[in-house]
Design a protein around this ligand. Structure first.
Ligand code: FES
Length: 85
């Protein structure tokens, strides 16, 4: 789907630009031209940037949840030992 009609840049090209390191509107505009003219596509580019940021956070939150589960397990395990003693 074309996101930037001024520069004829589609969402896949913008996602690729973000994946290659463009982390803000200026970076996207410099890399592929999207958002550099009228600015009408900027809300869509911001959504793509936000999606990419969330995708980067997902693994970290998964690691945090796994660590929390381990702590819960350790606490449950210790509570079991203490109740038997
Ligand atoms: S639609 Fe992207 S700069 Fe105009």
């Amino acid at each position: 789907m074309v996101v930037c009609h001024c520069e004829v840049v589609n969402d896949r090209a913008i996602r690729a630009t973000i994946a290659a390191g463009a982390c803000d509107l200026d970076g996207v505009a410099q890399s592929c031209g999207a958002g550099a003219r009228c600015g009408g596509c900027i809300p869509s580019i911001e959504e793509l940037l936000a999606d990419a940021a969330l995708a980067l956070q997902a693994p970290a939150s998964l690691v945090a949840r796994q660590a929390a589960r381990r702590v819960d397990h350790d606490i449950d395990h210790r509570a079991g030992f203490e109740s038997r003693a």
